[in-house]
Design a protein around this ligand. Structure first.
Ligand code: PPE
Length: 322
């Protein structure tokens, strides 16, 4: 199943404000605050098929970031951490998904307009569907072609970049629209100082002389959970990993480069701004890290088992048991 459409809708389910509801009923009013001002926060989480059924990757960390993002924008969710985790499991279970992309969102709802959001309801919803390769069918295997966004990343003194807020994706939208029109798979952003920042929905890593480098948190990046997982995996494999300021010259001179993100997983970068990275093929270090990551998320690496939350089977209601 791709993004649920047509026939899928007949049975697809969403979690909204504490209840499982039909997909088609998960609606908002056009005068919802978040639609006008981008006043929402969200998460992207993946569940993978494992030998023991679907398991959600780093669920606790995603829910933690979801709560922190909300806190930045003054949203007190009317749900506990445990209820939010259960909501993520419920959408996988209720849609009978073997693997899934899970999208929690919280936003200022309908009440009145005007920028200041006081007194507005906080709506929380979670959807799930199967989402294959984010940057194209052959992206994981063959790598992607990247161009620079003509728009720079939002500086950290303009918006708190550690919060995953809806409004800041306008920057990502402008960047991808610009580079996709020219046939590239993804946009790479510079920060307000002209240093390398991140992709429209991914963090970037480069490899030079077997050392793995990635922009540090001061370069207007969302500190990705996949980025963190990959740093752990790389160090466990014996590589030196450094977070530092990177400039475009570092990217052009790299032996290898790749993107990380929940949706993009570990995607090799084969070209940036018409320049081949390394040999132009996904490099050996990238492939090694990608392979461990894709195994870890599927429960094939016992050392990373604590990153997985297995989706428990639905407990039957009293009526169903009777
Ligand atoms: N930077 C940005 C701007 C970003 O959106 C993401 C995730 C990351 C870095 C990587 O973060 P993490 O997923 O925690 O490793 N982007 C999400 C949304 C993509 C979308 O198009 O929507 C995602 O990967 O789910």
């Amino acid at each position: 199943m791709g993004f649920p459409t047509g026939d899928d809708l007949a049975n697809a389910k969403m979690w909204m404000n504490g209840k499982i509801i039909p997909w088609a009923d998960a609606k908002v009013h056009v005068l919802t605050h978040a639609l006008h001002y981008g006043s929402g926060v969200f998460e992207g989480i993946r569940a993978y098929a494992t030998e023991d059924g679907p398991a959600i990757f780093r669920l606790d960390d995603h829910i933690e970031r979801f709560l922190l993002s909300g806190k930045v924008y003054g949203m007190e969710y009317p749900h506990t951490r445990e209820e939010l985790k259960e909501a993520c499991m419920a959408v996988v279970r209720e849609n009978a998904l073997a693997s899934a992309y899970i999208r929690p969102i919280a936003y200022y709802g309908y009440g009145r307009l005007g920028v200041h959001p006081s007194g507005l309801p906080i709506e929380v919803a979670v959807g799930a569907w199967e989402w294959g390769s984010y940057l194209g069918d052959e992206a994981l295997e063959k790598g992607v072609r990247v161009a620079l966004s003509p728009w720079r990343r939002i500086p950290p003194d303009a918006l708190p970049v550690s919060a995953k807020a809806c409004g800041q994706y306008l920057s990502s939208i402008l960047g991808t629209m610009s580079v996709k029109k020219n046939g590239f798979h993804e946009a790479l952003f510079l920060d307000h100082n002209g240093n390398v920042s991140e992709g429209s929905g991914e963090n970037i890593f480069i490899i030079k002389d077997n050392v793995i480098l990635t922009p540090h948190s001061g370069s207007s990046i969302l500190e990705g959970i996949t980025r963190d997982s990959v740093m752990t995996i790389a160090r466990d494999l014996g590589y030196e990993v450094r977070e530092k300021t990177l400039v475009m010259g570092d990217v052009f001179g790299a032996d290898e480069a790749f993107f990380t993100g929940t949706a993009a997983e570990v995607t090799p970068i084969r070209e940036v701004e018409y320049r081949t990275i390394g040999s132009g093929e996904p490099g050996p270090v990238t492939k090694e890290i990608q392979s461990v990551y894709l195994d870890a998320v599927r429960g094939r690496r016992p050392e990373y088992a604590s990153w997985l939350t297995h989706v428990s089977p639905r407990t039957k209601t009293v009526e169903e048991t009777a």
